[in-house]
Design a protein around this ligand. Structure first.
Ligand SMILES: Nc1ncnc2c1ncn2[C@@H]1O[C@H](COP(=O)(O)OP(=O)(O)OP(=O)(O)O)[C@@H](O)[C@H]1O
Ligand SMILES: [Mg+2]
Length: 552
């Protein structure tokens, strides 16, 4: 885009500047041509002044010396006229008087032979028929000559015409210098049939011979030349005139265009940079962060992990949409769990009843194999029951049925409902104070879960210590085992649903514990050192807050 702008500005603006430059040069060339034609006019009026004069009229007839002495004796007098050549020629073509004045060394000499030959050969330069006739123009001698010829008449401009007065001014370096200074422009002149060495003159010559009145061409980066053709008195191409000028306009144009382009480039880069920074800050980096967080949540074992972007811009709306999608998924899992749990419960009860009947009926059965089978049925029903209960507990809304109890009886009962492995020592240091208002069944499930977890963490045996302590309006329970322990990085995942390291585990145990404890307005946490053991701490209020429950 910038390139296109550069190219078009080059084309449009530089063309304009070139045209302006050309116009300026043409104007100057025409100015010089004007000065030169004024020179001719000036020369011809001087010539007429002298030619139409009784003294000259007499002199052309009798050639008297006094006239010469009086008028042409002192060449300094001619200096003011800037006349180099003066020729008096009578009607027969005889040169009565002819001299050349050289101002450089203040000398007078005969007229050049080339001029006398030309006059002898061509009477049209001096043969006047009309009293008003004037012949002016350029003629070619050793140097180009500005030439004027006027008929010699009396002061009253009466005839008969007695001959012609010719005056000439050399277009030599002095004269050119004179014009140069008048216009303050460097001028060069070259004969058309004898061009100067500079090659630009020949290019100009061919252009001008096509009829162009003023030809303009750059000479280099800093100068431009303007050319015009000057015809001689016969109308033949004679001189090529050149004026050179500084390319001020053009160069200033280039500077302006470059300045413009650089300024534009700076603006573009400035705005582009700011734009990039803004884009990076407001979009790119945030999209990257979002992607990173989505990946993190995707990998997280914690199903309740969310992006939780609480702003109102587009990206946060997207983040919230992802959050609610996950919420819906989780709800769907919950619903499915509830359905499966509910549907399995009835057949499980049926199996359980049937097993009970069989057990009663064959209580006296001595076949140890049959007893073993019945025990397996019992054990597996219990396990299936746990899974069903876990699913239901996890998915159901928790509703507390509060009754009075105390820490010791809660833990005693929980311990009584599990079979303690023989290699594990259980130390129960719970107190029977204070009185607690809790949902006893649900709190039993909490202790049941924690105790079983502790046993499972000590397959080689160990010690489980349970304590309770009254703490203001709360009771703090601690269950400390001497089992394998939990690495630091998994410690905060323990309470997420479906997190398990066990082949036969569901990973619902601790998340259900958490729900139940929190439903009582309490807290559950874990501390652990790998290889030494784990302590679970439960803090429950003596009285639960009213209408406590959760609906997750
Ligand atoms: N006392 C403990 N010592 C060491 N690790 C434990 C302890 N309690 C729990 N864990 C770790 O926490 C995980 C989650 O326990 P959670 O009770 O939620 O599920 P689970 O016991 O694996 O399966 P289940 O649904 O049968 O209870 C366990 O798999 C275990 O890795
Ligand atoms: Mg468990």
């Amino acid at each position: 885009m910038l390139l296109a702008l550069y190219v078009s500005s080059q084309f449009i603006l530089m063309n304009d500047f070139e045209r302006l430059e050309k116009q300026q040069v043409q104007k100057n060339v025409k100015g010089i041509l004007n000065v030169l034609s004024n020179e001719l006019l000036d020369l011809s009026s001087t010539t007429s002044d002298w030619a139409i004069w009784d003294d000259t009229y007499a002199f052309i007839q009798n050639g008297n010396e006094e006239y010469i002495q009086a008028n042409l004796g002192d060449p300094a007098g001619f200096a003011s006229l800037r006349v180099n050549v003066i020729v008096f020629i009578n009607t027969q073509g005889d040169i009565v008087f002819g001299k050349t004045f050289n101002y450089g060394n203040n000398t007078v000499s005969d007229i050049p032979q080339s001029l006398s030959q030309l006059l002898a050969a061509d009477n049209s330069l001096w043969h006047h028929i009309d009293a008003n006739s004037v012949i002016t123009g350029y003629i070619s001698l050793e140097e180009p000559l500005l030439f004027a010829s006027s008929p010699i008449l009396t002061t009253q401009k009466e005839g008969p015409i007695e001959g012609a007065l010719i005056m000439g001014r050399y277009l030599n370096s002095d004269e050119i210098e004179h014009v140069s200074q008048t216009l303050n422009l460097p001028i060069n002149v070259s004969k058309s049939d004898d061009l100067k060495a500079e090659p630009d003159f020949s290019a100009a010559k061919s252009a001008l011979s096509d009829g162009t009145s003023v030809f303009v061409q750059p000479l280099d980066g800093n100068t431009v030349g303007g050319y015009a053709l000057i015809d001689d008195v016969y109308g033949n191409p004679f001189l090529i005139l050149r004026v050179t000028m500084d390319r001020e306009i053009y160069n200033q144009g280039i500077d302006s265009v470059n300045y413009f382009i650089w300024a534009l480039l700076a603006i573009f880069l400035g705005f582009g940079g700011i734009g990039a920074v803004v884009l990076e800050k407001s979009v790119v980096s945030r999209v990257n962060r979002l992607a990173k967080e989505v990946r993190r949540v995707g990998k997280s074992k914690n199903l309740s992990d969310r992006l939780s972007w609480n702003k109102t811009d587009d990206l946060s709306i997207l983040a919230n949409a992802i959050d609610s999608m996950m919420e819906e998924r989780l709800n769907a899992i919950g619903e499915l769990s509830a359905m499966v749990g509910h549907d399995l419960r009835n057949p499980l009860t049926g199996i359980s009843n049937a097993a009970y009947y069989l057990k009663m009926k064959y209580a006296s059965e001595t076949n140890p194999r049959t007893r073993q089978m019945l025990d397996i049925i019992d054990r597996d029903i219990e396990y299936a029951n746990k899974i069903v209960n876990d699913l239901l507990d996890y998915s159901r809304k928790i509703h507390l049925e509060v009754t009075e109890s105390n820490p010791k009886s809660l833990v005693d009962e929980a311990l009584a409902s599990v079979s303690i492995p023989t290699n594990i020592q259980v130390v129960n240091l719970t107190e029977n104070k204070p009185l607690l208002k809790v949902d006893v069944d649900k709190m039993m499930r909490v202790f049941d879960n924690l105790i079983k977890n502790a046993f499972e963490a000590m397959p080689e045996g160990g010690k489980l210590t349970v304590k309770s302590k009254e703490n203001k309006d709360k009771v703090e329970f601690t269950l400390t085992d001497t089992g394998a322990g939990v690495p630091k990085e998994t410690l905060d995942k323990l309470f997420t649903p479906l997190f398990t390291t066990k082949a036969k585990g569901m990973g619902f145990g601790l998340s259900i514990c958490k729900r139940i404890v929190e439903a009582h307005g309490g807290k559950i946490s874990a501390e652990s050192t790998v290889g030494e053991g784990t302590t679970f701490k439960i803090l429950v209020p003596i009285e639960p807050p009213l209408e406590r429950g959760d609906n997750s």
